[in-house]
Design a protein around this ligand. Sequence first.
Ligand code: ZN
Ligand code: FE
Ligand code: FE
Ligand code: ZN
Length: 279
Amino acid sequence: MNPNANPYLPVPDYHMHTPRCHHAEGRVADYARAALRAGLNEIGMSDHSPMPEGFTDDWRMAMSELDDYIAEVRAARDAFEERLVIRLGLEADFRPGSEAAVAEMIRVHDWDYVIGSVHYIEGWDFDNPDKLREWDGRNIEDAWCDYFELVAASARTGLFDIIGHPDLIKKFGHRAPEDSRRVNAAMEAMLQAVREAGCALEISSAGLRKPIGEIYPHPRMIRRAAELGIPFAFGSDAHKPADVGHAMDACLSLLEECGVHGVCAFARRKRRMLPLRRR
Ligand code: ZN
Ligand code: FE
Ligand code: FE
Ligand code: ZN
């Protein structure tokens, strides 16, 4: 990546959390102020969704907090009107068996977009630092294949607008060999499913703040997605206000290098494309 590349005009940052998920800090208004300081003109909140009975854990809001989350986003949207667009989003988990409950939660509220994220392979939340030792007994290629199959299945549900951090499995540095035929086949099948479902992929700067030290997803995935005409949306996955807009320029310049020339904006689950523009 060329560090001297001209910076870009800001695009929406659609991935940020609130303390309801027990591992983030800052009120929505704090994220909004941080966004203004960073020169952004549009953000979207996307806290970890509640999940139905049997799929809960300690890093998401309870169903009883959902209305309060929505009310806080709406209040901030009104308070920052004319200075900053604030979208109402959600980061919903894809876990087989929970689809009906997630679909119902999506149906009954006025989301601007829903990010679908795979954080679990069966019962293992593989991106949870407390579950890192589970990697010890795992075959890395198996984990990547399982992961991509779940991401493909998440797209096929038709529930999601954006596929979150689409190679999160690499978070702690467990890289699959680049020439692994089965991992590459699983990635290709995933991208085909994403294309058929009409989802966008997220480009996320969060990986830069994690042991892997890379943007999600890998440039190879971005290039292939570009060939398939799959659009991208940007997310910092901020868990504190200071992360809002983190490394947006690096993500946008990587997109451009890989043949992607615009990003998505969402309102009421309708997508439009914004061209990447240099300042
Ligand atoms: Zn989180
Ligand atoms: Fe996530
Ligand atoms: Fe997130
Ligand atoms: Zn996330």
